[in-house]
Design a protein around this ligand. Structure first.
Ligand code: CP
Ligand code: NVA
Length: 303
């Protein structure tokens, strides 16, 4: 079987994405029936964290356990990674002792370099540029609630960050439209706008981004690694809070998503995230099921 990594959403083909959705549904249904399913018996996942996490760590660790395997947590603070061991050397050593690796780090280049020296599949658990596992869960959640994404419109309000970049890759692969509104100074990178073509519409006013959207989503104003910009960002993003008025102009069937953790009163009003259109808890749970399908695929191929 060829060595497959999952470093960006665009690593998937449309056909692979559809396969993963079907496998996720099956794996989730077995889990809900308390049915044992151990395709990854005796396999070991190593999780490397250079940034904090609740959902990603828990979903990968619990997911590997539920599939019959084991998971090991490493972080920068108490491993040699924090003392400057080259990524290439770490990749050589770690990948000789386990079957699959998940990394959460800073630059995308770090996961790319790791994967080039790894003997086993590598999964991006979030970088400054992308968060592909999140968008797999988000789209699976949309499909569960409302059906296929193709032809739909997603509104992104706020920072053009890692989660946004991944939504944009998904829009191109799965053929839906993304409408984005960011504050001045935090615009989508021009190369990404050019590459997305008609899949992306840039709106000055966040209300325009939300108008008619089938899914409204946002994320923190300050991502991990950018904490020094916090005060400046709080001022710049003040008018980019997803509120009840924005949800009112969206399509009547619109759902609200947030990758979490959320800051009520900043990027989202409490009435929205805690309101009837919010599917954030299903979205968080689906990290578990989609990643189990992903690990099964990377290690066993099509089953
Ligand atoms: N959404 C997400 O990745 O959450 P964590 O930072 O808690 O892993
Ligand atoms: N954009 C956020 C996502 C956290 C899950 C960050 O990178 O911190």
């Amino acid at each position: 079987m060829p060595l497959n990594h999952f470093l960006q959403f665009s690593d998937l083909s449309r056909e692979e994405f559809d396969y993963l959705v079907a496998r996720t549904a099956d794996i989730k249904a077995r889990f809900k029936r308390y049915e044992p399913y151990y395709p990854l018996q005796d396999r070991t996942l190593v999780m490397i964290f250079e940034k904090q996490s609740t959902r990603t760590r828990l979903s990968f660790e619990a997911g590997m356990h539920q599939l019959g395997g084991a998971a090991i947590y490493l972080n920068t603070r108490d491993s040699q990674l924090g003392r400057g061991e080259p990524v290439e050397d770490a990749a050589q050593v770690i990948s000789r002792m386990c079957d699959i690796v998940m990394i959460r780090t800073y630059e995308q280049e770090i996961v790319e370099r790791f994967s080039r020296h790894s003997r086993v599949p590598v999964i991006n658990g979030l970088t400054n540029e992308y968060h592909p596992c999140q968008i797999m869960a988000d789209i699976f959640t949309y499909i569960e609630h409302r059906g296929p994404m193709q032809g739909k419109t997603v509104a992104w309000v706020g920072d053009s960050n890692n989660v946004f970049n991944t939504w944009l890759q998904a829009a191109c692969l799965l053929d839906f439209k993304l409408k984005v509104s960011t504050p001045p100074g935090y615009e989508v990178e021009p190369e990404r706008v050019a590459a997305a073509g008609a899949h992306l519409e840039v709106c000055e006013d966040p209300m325009d981004a939300c108008r008619g959207a089938h899914l409204v989503t946002t994320d923190v104003w300050t991502s991990m690694g950018f904490e020094a910009e916090n005060e400046e960002r709080r001022k710049a993003f003040a008018d980019w809070q997803v509120d009840v008025d924005m949800m009112k102009v969206a399509d009547p069937t619109a759902v609200f998503m947030h990758c979490l953790p959320a800051h009520r009163g900043e990027e989202v009003a409490a009435e929205v995230i805690d309101g009837p259109q919010s599917v954030v808890w299903d979205e968080a749970e689906n990290r578990l099921h989609t990643q189990k399908a992903l690990m099964e695929y990377l290690l066993c191929g099509k089953v």
